[in-house]
Design a protein around this ligand. Structure first.
Ligand code: TMP
Length: 389
C-alpha cells in the first residue's frame, strides 16, 4: 500500500529556467511523496513524463562545481583500482565528467539529453541519445558486448520504472561485472530535513532496504555500500549478479542503521512532514523580518533544490532580489515557478546583506571562496534547520 505523507504543492520542472516569453506556457504538477509499505520505496505520488525533464534543453551540467569534478575524477580512479574493467557503460553521462577519465575505446554511454550526448560524442565517446531501457541494453550487448563496469551517478533515482531499469542492468552486465550507482540517501534526507531533495527528477529517494529487494527481484545483489557527502548525503551502492561476490559488512550495517531510524515505520515519514512545515514557517519568518529591516537578500546557486523550496514556501522576487549562478545557460533567465531573475556571480554579490544558500550542498566550497562576502554578509540555510552561516 502506498501512503502519501508529504504535499509540496504545485511545482514546475525544477531545472526549467525560463525566458519571460515562456512563462505563460509553464508546466506545473502536484508534487507529493509516498511511502510504499510493501517495498519500503519512497517515491513521488505523480511522475512527470521523462521527455519533459530530460531533453536537449537540459541545463544542469555535472562539471559545474569543483566538488563534483573532483568527485568523479576520484571515483573513476577508485573503480579502476578496485575492478580494472575492460569495458565500461555509463548511464546518464551528462557532459562526460566521469567517462573522460576512461579510454574512449572502452566506454559506451547512454544520455537522453541531446545537448549533452552531442558533447561526449564529439569527444569520441560513443553516446546513445536514449533513456535507459531493456531494448537499449540489448542493443549495447549486441553491438559492443556486455560490460564489466556499469556506472550511474544521480541517475537511477530518476528512472520511474525501476524494475525494467535493473533488469536491463542485469542483461548488460558481464558475469563478473559490477554495477556501481550513487544517489541521494533517504536516511540523510530524513536526518537533515532536506525536503528539497524532492523534485520532479527524483522519482524515488532510495534506502538500501528498498534497493536490496528491487535488485534481488532482478537477479542482482548489493555487496557493498559507501556513504558519500556529495549532493547533501548520498549512498554509493555496489551490486553484482546474485551469488558472484562476497557481501561486505557495510550492507548489513546500512540495513541496521535504517531499521534503527525507523524507515519501516509510517510515523517516521509523518514526523518528517511536520518538520518540513516548521522549516517553511521559520524560513518565511526570517526572510520577512530581514526584508522588514530593509536588508538586501539574494540567493546563491540556481539549484533544482531551491526550486522546491521557493515554490513550496511561496518565495518570489519580493523577498529574494535575484539568484546568482555560474551556469551560463541559466543566466538571463527566470527561476522555475517563482520567476526570480538569475544572474552571473560577477559584480552581483557586493552590497548584499544575506544570501540564501540554494546550493547548500556545496557549503564548504562556497564559504571558502566567498570569504570577502562573509566579512559583512551572512548566508542563510534551511538545512538541517533554518539558520545563519
Ligand atoms: P546542484 O546542487 O544540482 O549540483 O546544482 C548546483 C548549482 O549551483 C549549479 O547551477 C551551479 C551552481 N553553483 C554556483 O553558481 N556557484 C558555486 O560556487 C557552486 C558550487 C555551484
Amino acid at each position: 500500500m502506498k501512503i502519501k505523507f508529504l504535499d509540496l504543492g504545485m511545482q514546475p520542472i525544477a531545472n526549467n529556467f525560463l525566458l519571460p516569453s515562456e512563462i505563460k506556457d509553464e508546466f506545473k504538477f502536484h508534487l507529493t511523496v509516498t511511502f510504499d509499505t510493501n517495498t519500503k520505496l519512497v517515491s513521488l505520488g505523480e511522475f512527470v513524463p521523462p521527455a519533459r525533464m530530460f531533453n536537449d534543453t537540459y541545463t544542469y551540467h555535472s562539471s559545474g562545481s569543483n566538488t563534483m569534478t573532483n568527485h568523479f575524477r576520484d571515483t573513476a580512479k577508485i573503480l579502476k583500482t578496485k575492478f580494472n574493467p575492460e569495458t565500461v557503460l555509463e548511464i546518464g553521462s551528462n557532459d562526460g565528467v566521469f567517462i573522460k577519465n576512461f579510454d574512449s575505446n572502452s566506454v559506451v554511454a547512454v544520455e537522453p539529453c541531446g545537448n549533452f550526448a552531442n558533447i561526449t560524442n564529439a569527444l569520441g565517446y560513443k553516446t546513445l541519445e536514449e533513456f535507459w531501457t531493456l531494448p537499449v541494453a540489448k542493443q549495447i550487448v549486441k553491438e559492443n558486448g556486455s560490460r564489466d563496469l556499469i556506472y550511474a551517478a544521480n541517475c537511477m533515482c530518476h528512472i520511474q520504472n525501476l524494475s525494467e531499469a535493473f533488469s536491463a542492468i542485469e542483461t548488460c552486465l558481464s558475469d563478473n561485472g559490477v554495477f556501481v550507482f550513487e544517489d541521494p540517501s533517504l536516511l540523510q534526507m530524513l536526518d537533515r530535513g532536506s525536503y528539497d531533495q524532492i523534485y520532479d527528477e527524483h522519482a524515488h529517494v532510495f534506502s538500501i532496504t528498498a534497493l536490496k529487494h528491487l535488485l534481488a527481484n532482478n537477479g542482482l545483489q548489493v555487496f557493498n555500500v559507501e556513504k558519500l557527502s556529495v549532493h547533501g548525503g548520498s549512498n554509493r551502492v555496489y551490486a553484482c549478479k546474485t551469488g558472484t561476490r562476497d557481501i561486505d559488512a557495510s550492507v548489513r550495517n546500512s540495513l541496521s542503521e535504517e531499521d534503527a531510524v525507523g524507515i519501516y515505520n509510517v510515523d517516521t515519514y509523518h514526523n518528517f512532514a511536520k518538520r518540513v512545515e516548521q522549516s517553511k514557517h521559520q524560513l518565511l519568518c526570517l526572510l520577512l523580518e530581514l526584508k522588514r529591516r530593509n536588508f538586501k537578500i539574494i540567493s546563491y546557486g540556481a539549484t533544482s533544490k531551491s526550486t522546491t523550496v521557493f515554490n513550496y514556501c511561496g518565495i518570489d522576487d519580493s523577498l529574494i532580489d535575484y539568484i546568482i549562478d555560474t551556469t551560463p545557460s541559466k543566466q538571463g533567465k527566470l527561476s522555475p515557478g517563482m520567476h526570480i531573475p538569475v544572474v552571473c556571480r560577477e559584480g552581483n554579490l557586493s552590497r548584499v546583506d544575506y544570501a540564501f544558500l540554494g546550493a547548500w550542498n556545496y557549503e564548504e566550497e562556497i564559504c571558502n571562496k566567498e570569504n570577502d562576502f562573509l566579512k559583512t554578509g551572512r548566508f542563510i540555510t534551511h538545512v538541517p534547520y533554518v539558520r545563519l552561516i
